[in-house]
Design a binder for this molecule. Structure first.
Ligand code: ZN
Ligand code: ZN
Length: 250
């Protein structure tokens, strides 16, 4: 594969990708090779983990091995995981003991609280969504940050569940999320995958006002990475976020 961006390259970091260790289709090393050919200079693996996931030690060893193998190449490899919220108290399906071995922890709304919308309607859904986040910041985030000062905690694909349910967030709701993130010290992801992407106005709002930003394609294969990497670069040029959110998992 030829590089899509020959010549002077801005640093492109993709901090959200999946491999065969969870539901991705390609091995980590294939993803690294694809990233190199696409001009991505920083790649953080964030495979899905649950409390009982037993693949994590092998996964981390493999990434460590690849980090060493590609040390002299023009790419930085990061170790991360993506986990999900499970209840309104902000509990996550994750064994906190793994946190000290990773660089990036993406926490996402995947199923919960989808059923609240079906059973109780949109007001209750929105309330539960924010309540879950607040519960998380009050308890788990404080412990996570105390015990792992270098760990970056990121809310994955913010509002994508809302969009999937046909709910379009108001601007004051986006601002409320940004305020909560800045105050509690977690980051917001700008997910450029067409499945999760927010509208231009809200991406710009996040780039302008959020203290910690993480950019990601949420790719599950080399092909998806190739398809999404140009939107990653375009988005960063469009919203002026070339420097912001650059993440170096040294
Ligand atoms: Zn996700
Ligand atoms: Zn993901």
């Amino acid at each position: 594969m030829r590089s899509l961006f020959p010549g002077a390259l801005p640093v492109i970091a993709d901090n959200h990708i999946h491999s065969t260790f969870s539901d991705g289709q390609d091995e980590p090393e294939d993803m690294i090779r694809a990233a190199l050919s696409l001009g991505i200079r920083c790649l953080c693996f964030t495979d899905h983990a649950r409390k009982e996931s037993d693949y994590i030690p092998t996964y981390l060893e493999e990434l460590e091995k690849l980090k060493k193998k590609y040390r002299d190449r023009d790419i930085t490899i990061g170790k991360g995981l993506e986990v999900k919220f499970i209840d309104e108290q902000g509990n996550i399906d994750f064994n906190l003991l793994w946190a000290h071995r990773i660089d990036n922890l993406i926490i996402s709304f995947h199923e919960f609280p989808g059923e609240v919308y079906q059973n109780k309607g949109q007001l209750e859904f929105k309330k539960t969504w924010f309540e879950t986040l607040r519960g998380f910041t009050r308890k788990h985030l404080i412990i996570l940050k105390q015990e792992n000062p270098k760990l970056r905690v990121i809310l994955g694909h913010p509002f994508s569940m809302w969009l999937k349910l046909g709910l379009f967030p108001e601007q004051n709701e986006v601002s409320r999320l940004i305020a909560l993130a800045n105050q509690a010290g977690f980051g917001l992801e700008i997910n450029v995958n067409p499945k999760h992407r927010l509208n231009d106005e809200y991406i710009q709002l996040i780039v302008n006002s959020c203290s910690i930003i993480s950019w990601g394609t949420d790719s599950h294969s080399c092909l998806e990475l190739a398809n999404n990497s140009s939107s990653l670069l375009e988005a960063r040029q469009l919203y002026g976020g070339i420097k912001s959110g650059y993440y170096d998992p040294a």
